[in-house]
Design a protein around this ligand. Structure first.
Ligand code: MCA
Ligand code: AMP
Length: 507
C-alpha cells in the first residue's frame, strides 16, 4: 500500500473537478492537473536519486505546487518533512542534522541558509527552490518530467512523514508517522464528519502541520473535494469565500477573529454545514457567541502530531462546549492515575491513547519513545483530562510544560535555553499569559546576573528573533529579583501565571 494510492482513488473520476482554487492569485487546478503535477514531482525526485524512505524536507509558502510536492514525495516512496516557514536558521540546522534529508525545497530567500547548513553536515542534500505557484527551480525541474508515474509500494508501517515537535527537554523530536497512520485517521474523519459529494473546504491553515496538511487535506483529497486555498488566514478575505464553502477548519483564533467582524452573520455562513475547531482549547464564550451569531454549533475535536485526531464531538449528536467529544472509532482513550490505573468517570488524570492513529515513535530516539508509552502500549499524551458519564472527553490541563499560542506549540524550555545564554541573564522562566487573540502568549521572567545592571531588552529581543521562530519570541517580559520556587527548588510557573499572566497585567 501507499497512502497516495488511497488519497487519489477518486481523482480519475473527478479529473475535471476543481481540486485547488486560490482566490488570492486566481489559480485553479483540477484533480486531473493535481494528479499530473504530483507525478511530475515523483519523477523528478526519482530521477534525482530519491529512494524509498529518503527524507524530503520542504520549507515553503503555502501554494498548490507545495501540495503537489507532498503528494509526489508520497508517490515516490519518500518521507515528507514539512517545516514551518517561521523557523530560523538555527532551528533548521537542527532538523537537517537530525533528519538528514536528501532533498530540500525552500524559498529562494532561504537558499543561502540551507546551503550554509549543507556545508556543515555530512549527508548534504540537493537544494531546490519554490517561490509560489510555478516559480522556482523545483517547478522548472518538474516541467519536463512525464505526467505518469507508477506509485512506489510501501508497507503500512513505512514512514510517510516526519514532523518535528519540541519537548520538555527543549530538544525537538521527529514524530514518525506511517502511511497507515494517516490513511486510517483520514478515513475515520471522512466518515465521522459525514463528508459528502459536493463538499467544499475553506482551507486557510498552514500546510506544514498536522491540522492543515493531514486533517484538512486528507479529508478533502479522499473525497475529491474542492479546496479554497488561502496562503494564510485573514478573516475579511476568508469571509468573501464563506458562501462558497460547506466545511471550515480552523484554530480557535480563526473563530474569535471571525466574530470580531461585523459582517460575520448567519446569512454569510448559511451554506457552511460544518465549522470544526482544534489545535488549542476553544473557549466556551467563543462557542456560545458563535452559535448566537450564526445559529451554527462549532464542532471541537482533539489531536496531536504524534497521534493525529483522537476524539471529536459528534456530527449528529450534541456538541458540548468545553469538551472534545468522544474517542474516534478505533481509538481507545483512557484517563489514569500516576501508576497508569484507569480512573472513573469525571476523575482528572493522565490522558492516554492507543490505536492505529498512534505514531511509530520518535526518529532516532528509542529511549524517548519508550518513555512516552506505557507497558500496555498506550501513548502518554501529556494532557490532563477527564471523561464524563456520557463519554465526553475534556482536556482540563497539561502535565507537560507547553504553551499553545494561536494553535502553535511553544515549549518553554526551548525559549529559556536561548534566554539563559544572553549576556547578564542569570536565569529565566517562560510561561503563558492570557492573550486576547492567540489564547495564550509567551511571557518570560528574567533574573539578571548583576542586579545593578538591567538586561538590555533590545538585545534580548534581537537574540530571540534571530534564534527562534517569531511565534516563540516572548511578547511580555517581567524582570524579577528571583523566581518563585517550591521546597524542592522547582520554579512555580503557576505563581508566575497568577501574578504576571493576566490579560490586563501592565509592567
Ligand atoms: C503569528 N505570530 C504569532 C502567531 N502567528 N505569534 C504567536 N502565536 C501565533 N500563532 C506572530 C508572527 O511571528 C509575527 O510577529 C506576527 O504575529 C504577525 O505574523 P502573521 O503571520 O501575519 O500572523 P497572523 O496572520 O496573525 O497569524 C495568526 C494565525 C496563525 C492565523 C492564528 O498563527 C495560524 O494560522 N495559526 C494556525 C497554526 C496551526 O495550524 N496549528 C496546528 C498545529 P512579528 O510581528 O513580531 O514578526 S497541528 C496541532 O496543533 C494538532 C495536531 C491539532 O490538534 O491540530
Ligand atoms: P501538537 O504538538 O501541535 O500536535 O499539539 C498537540 C496538543 O495540542 C495536544 O496535546 C493538546 O494539548 C493541544 N490540543 C489540540 N487540540 C486541542 C483541543 N481541542 N483542546 C485543547 N487542547 C488541544
Amino acid at each position: 500500500m501507499n497512502l497516495y494510492q488511497a488519497l487519489s482513488e477518486k481523482f480519475s473520476d473527478a479529473e475535471d473537478r476543481v481540486a485547488i482554487r486560490m482566490p488570492e492569485t486566481g489559480l485553479l487546478w483540477t484533480y486531473g492537473q493535481l494528479a499530473k503535477r504530483s507525478a511530475q514531482y515523483a519523477n523528478l525526485l526519482t530521477k534525482q536519486g530519491i529512494t524509498p524512505g529518503d527524507r524530503v524536507a520542504v520549507q515553503v509558502d503555502k501554494c498548490a505546487e507545495a501540495l503537489a510536492i507532498y503528494l509526489g514525495v508520497l508517490q515516490a516512496g519518500g518521507t515528507y518533512l514539512p517545516m514551518n516557514t517561521a523557523y530560523t536558521k538555527s532551528e533548521l540546522k537542527y532538523f537537517v542534522e537530525n533528519a538528514e534529508p536528501s532533498f530540500v525545497v525552500c524559498s529562494s530567500s532561504q537558499k543561502a541558509n540551507f546551503s550554509d547548513i549543507n556545508d556543515q553536515v555530512v549527508n548534504a542534500a540537493q537544494i531546490y527552490t519554490l517561490d509560489g505557484d510555478s516559480l522556482g527551480s523545483v517547478c522548472e525541474g518538474a516541467d519536463s518530467m512525464s505526467t505518469a508515474f507508477e506509485t512506489v509500494a510501501r508497507s503500512e508501517n513505512d514512514l510517510a512523514a516526519i514532523l518535528y515537535t519540541s519537548g520538555t527537554t527543549g530538544r525537538p523530536k521527529g514524530a514518525m508517522i506511517s502511511h497507515s497512520n494517516l490513511l486510517n485517521n483520514g478515513r475515520v474523519l471522512l466518515d465521522y464528519w459525514g463528508w459528502e459529494e459536493g463538499d467544499v473546504l475553506l482551507h486557510a491553515l498552514p500546510i506544514f502541520h498536522v491540522h492543515g496538511l493531514f486533517v484538512a487535506c486528507s479529508c478533502a483529497l479522499l473525497n475529491a473535494s474542492e479546496m479554497i486555498f488561502y496562503s494564510k488566514f485573514e478573516a475579511k478575505k476568508a469571509m468573501e469565500e464563506l458562501p462558497n464553502a460547506t466545511v471550515v477548519m480552523g484554530v480557535p483564533t480563526f473563530y474569535t477573529r471571525f466574530l470580531a467582524e461585523e459582517g460575520f452573520t448567519a446569512d454569510l455562513t448559511k451554506n457552511v454545514r460544518l465549522f470544526i475547531s482544534g489545535s488549542a482549547p476553544l473557549l466556551e464564550e467563543t462557542f456560545n457567541e458563535f452559535e448566537q451569531r450564526t445559529g451554527k454549533v462549532i464542532l471541537e475535536r482533539y489531536g496531536m502530531t504524534e497521534t493525529g485526531m483522537n476524539t471529536s464531538n459528534p456530527l449528529m449528536g450534541t456538541r458540548v462546549a468545553g469538551t472534545v467529544g468522544f474517542p474516534l472509532p478505533g481509538t481507545e482513550v483512557r484517563i489514569t492515575d500516576a501508576d497508569n490505573n484507569a480512573l472513573s468517570a469525571n476523575e482528572v488524570g493522565s490522558l492516554q491513547v492507543k490505536g492505529p492513529n498512534v505514531f511509530q515513535g520518535y526518529w532516532r530516539m528509542p529511549e524517548k519513545t519508550a518513555e512516552e508509552f506505557t507497558n500496555d502500549g498506550f501513548f502518554i499524551t501529556g494532557d490532563l483530562g477527564k471523561i464524563d458519564e456520557k463519554g465526553y472527553v475534556s482536556i482540563v490541563g497539561r502535565s507537560k510544560d507547553l504553551i499553545i499560542s494561536g494553535g502553535y506549540n511553544i515549549y518553554p524550555k526551548e525559549v529559556e535555553m536561548v534566554l539563559n545564554d544572553i549576556e547578564n541573564v542569570e536565569e529565566s522562566a517562560v510561561f503563558a499569559f492570557e492573550h486576547p487573540d492567540f489564547g495564550e502568549g509567551v511571557a518570560a521572567a528574567i533574573i539578571a546576573s548583576d542586579a545593578q545592571t538591567r538586561v538590555c531588552e533590545d538585545n534580548l529581543m534581537s537574540v530571540c528573533k534571530e534564534q527562534l521562530a517569531g511565534f516563540k519570541v516572548p511578547r511580555r517580559i517581567v524582570y524579577l529579583d528571583e523566581l518563585p520556587r517550591n521546597t524542592m527548588g522547582k520554579v512555580q510557573k503557576n505563581i508566575l501565571r497568577e501574578l504576571y499572566g493576566q490579560k490586563e497585567y501592565l509592567s
